[in-house]
Design a protein around this ligand. Structure first.
Ligand code: PEP
Length: 251
């Protein structure tokens, strides 16, 4: 079965509640009838308000992170139970900014992945190599390790709830996107890894997004590659003028 294209916007640490609601309203209007799966991930403070805007529309509400445990003495953390309570359906985990700035390792990300799945949240699991790793020829090895460790203990039955986002760190927020061919090649590697972790053929069933300086100008050539099933968009997701043409890349 053909995999459906999936376009997601990661708003990172941008937008007040008012700004987030305004953008969400514009997106609901402009993306009505878009054939692709859509998700937006506003900051925590705006999730509740944006939930009311996207409720009953095809735009899924996502969070950008969550704690690895359900509740307790974890100052500053946000629980999966709280996210579910306000209508969040998906969570981005293992983003390179979480890995690099906040020191999140594959083991912790794996705990979060399993907890999200336990509570029925979809997961966008981010993986990707740094520039140094790529220059040393280690991109495939790094991504293979991340996928393997982050999915440890995740059953095949849960894979429809998981999207993998290949986001080379050197391409995030830098304006330098991976070439469509380079990105496609890594996506193919990820499918092979899934074939070894699960049953042969499993890789073909999993949605794999590309992320890293996706913009209206390059969306079409990236998103029409055979192994690229969508995009996780950062900077260009902050404005209707740039996110909408990406979501409608094939119109
Ligand atoms: C991201 O944050 O996931 C991302 C891909 O950012 P940008 O599109 O700005 O490179």
């Amino acid at each position: 079965m053909a995999r459906r294209k999936y376009i997601a916007g990661n708003w990172k640490m941008h937008k007040t509640v008012g700004e987030a609601v305004a953008l969400a309203k514009e997106l609901v209007e402009s993306l009505a009838g878009c054939p692709h799966k859509l998700m937006i991930a506003p900051p925590f403070t705006a999730l509740s308000a944006v939930a009311s805007v996207v409720k009953g529309t095809p735009i899924l509400l996502g969070a950008q992170n969550m704690a690895s445990v359900e509740q307790g003495a974890h100052t500053g953390e946000v629980s999966v139970l709280m996210l579910k309570d306000i209508g969040v359906r998906s969570v981005i985990l293992g983003h390179s900014e979480r890995r690099i700035i906040y020191g999140e390792k594959d083991g912790l990300i794996n705990e979060k992945v399993k907890l999200a799945l336990k509570h029925g949240l979809e997961v966008v699991l981010c993986v990707g190599e740094t520039l140094e790793e790529r220059e040393k020829g280690k991109a495939e090895e790094v991504v293979t390790t991340q996928v393997t460790q982050c999915l440890q203990g995740v059953g095949e039955g849960d894979l429809p709830m998981i999207t993998i986002a290949y986001e080379p760190v050197w391409a995030i927020g830098t304006g330098k996107n991976a070439t469509p061919q380079d990105a496609d090649a890594i996506h193919k590697v990820i499918r092979k890894v899934l074939d070894t972790l699960y049953r042969p053929g499993t890789g073909e069933t999993v949605t794999i997004q590309y992320g890293g300086s996706v913009k209206p100008e390059n969306a079409r050539e990236l998103l029409t590659m055979p192994n690229i099933d969508g995009a996780l968009v950062g900077g260009a997701s902050l404005k209707k003028e740039t996110f909408v043409p990406i979501a409608w890349f094939d119109r």
